[in-house]
Write a protein of this length. Structure first.
Length: 421
């Protein structure tokens, strides 16, 4: 997991490309450093390569561009030649696995059944592309809002979401990392807003590269999966572009600050509309008898039937003995047992008419109770929407929502729409 090392290389190389030294050796040495980064993290090295080409092209310094590419090729081609025999016949060089994962609903690999395979690397690669294509067609064929919600998650969760990390080893560190994770969506949105509102005339390079970086993150999320770990090394570079866009040299005057505040407010509102992109991985139910309670605000349900409720939770093993029941206001609406395989990362239930009527009169409470058998491989996972974005869920008998993974507060990821899936 080389995120820290990749970020440590990516940020200074990018900063050097924005204002390269005058030395004749600067361009080839920067290209060589980009190649080193490429060996650590190919997506980061590829980003630096494209940023260097764009920077030199905007400055019309084509000689420096050639030397930069030569420095990159010197090391990259050498290692390509040494490792050319790895996975012979596979045109994707092992990326097929990530492409299939990226096509899975909410990046949930157990939903891909059976997993594509082949007798040779070439056949496996073709089968992976075929399965990924079919899954994308299935996703695009879903009715709204499920389709829109899924596509937005795949596009942006890698940028705003948080991958699981067990910080229970240190209470002080857990508090610090939780605070940083709570603040990160606002910092990322501020950097994006700065790039969007900065003037082209005074910040042509940083604005162009900032927009390019956002487009690259979007494409990577859609192709390889919306994994926050893949995007993490890009964040310092995004912050760099945002700070450069707001510097005095870009003529960031008072009226543009008002525009920035307005754009930032609109971005926050947009994220509030699609909370799923913020989810943390993972909340965990580790034993039977656990009760989670999620408040549904008054009027949040449709006015009439049919209506469908979705809640994102699942077991990593499709035939797990971990089960659950779902009820509203003490009345059961769903019971999951051990019959059949459960591969979907989302549970779906048609809401009764009485629940919609009660929602018009006041807030409701969804109650999830765990049943069945649990062990080290049999448990329930659920993503957590962090505060302050949603009404928080509660766990009976515990101050923490997920003691097993160190998540103290947050909400379940649920949504309701008219009609039946």
């Amino acid at each position: 997991m080389p995120e820290a090392l990749a970020a440590a290389f990516l940020l200074p190389i990018t900063a050097m490309l924005l204002d390269p030294p005058k030395s004749r050796w600067a361009a080839p040495l920067t290209g060589l450093a980009a190649a080193v980064l490429f060996l650590i993290r190919p997506n980061c090295g590829g980003l630096v390569l494209l940023i260097g080409v764009m920077t030199f092209a905007i400055a019309r310094s084509f000689k420096s561009m050639i030397w930069f590419l030569a420095g990159f090729a010197l090391l990259a081609l050498l290692f390509w030649y040494i490792g050319r025999s790895n996975l012979p016949g596979d045109p994707l060089h092992g990326l097929g696995f990530q492409i299939v994962e990226g096509s899975a609903d909410y990046y949930w690999a157990p939903s891909v059944d059976p997993w594509p395979a082949g007798r040779t690397p070439s056949e496996a690669s073709k089968e992976q592309i075929r399965v990924a294509r079919e899954r994308w067609v299935q996703t695009l064929a879903k009715p709204d809002p499920d389709r829109r919600r899924q596509l937005i998650w795949r596009s942006l969760h890698g940028l705003f979401g948080v991958e699981y990390y067990d910080s229970r080893w240190s209470r002080a560190y857990a508090e610090l990392t939780t605070a940083s994770r709570l603040a990160s969506p606002f910092v990322i949105l501020a950097a994006v807003a700065l790039v969007l509102v900065s003037p082209w005339r005074f910040g042509k390079v940083t604005k162009t590269l900032g927009l390019f970086l956002l487009g690259l993150i979007l494409a990577q999320n859609l192709l390889l999966g919306s994994n926050p770990r893949y995007v993490l090394p890009f964040l310092p570079v995004l912050f760099l572009f945002g700070l450069c866009s707001a510097s005095p040299q870009t003529n960031f005057r008072a009226h543009r600050r008002l525009i920035f505040a307005g754009v930032l407010g609109l971005l926050i509102f947009a994220v509030r509309w699609q909370l799923q992109i913020l989810d943390w991985q993972w909340g965990r139910i580790e034993s039977a008898g656990v009760t989670l309670r999620q408040t549904i605000p008054r009027g949040a349900l449709p006015s009439y039937v049919p209506a469908t409720l979705h809640v994102r939770l699942a077991t990593p093993l499709p035939e797990s003995g971990a089960h659950w029941t779902l009820s509203i206001s003490g009345k059961p609406i769903l019971e999951i047992t051990g019959n059949g395989k459960r591969r979907s990362p989302v549970i779906t239930v048609e809401l009764p008419s009485w629940a919609l009527e009660e929602s018009r009169r006041g807030a409701l409470e969804i109650v999830l109770r765990s049943t069945g058998s649990y062990d080290n491989t049999s448990y329930i996972l659920f993503p957590v929407i962090p505060p302050p974005w949603s009404h928080e869920a509660r766990r009976d008998g515990s101050e923490d929502l997920s003691p097993a993974t160190g998540v103290r507060r947050g909400a379940l990821d649920w949504w309701v729409h008219r009609g039946v899936d």
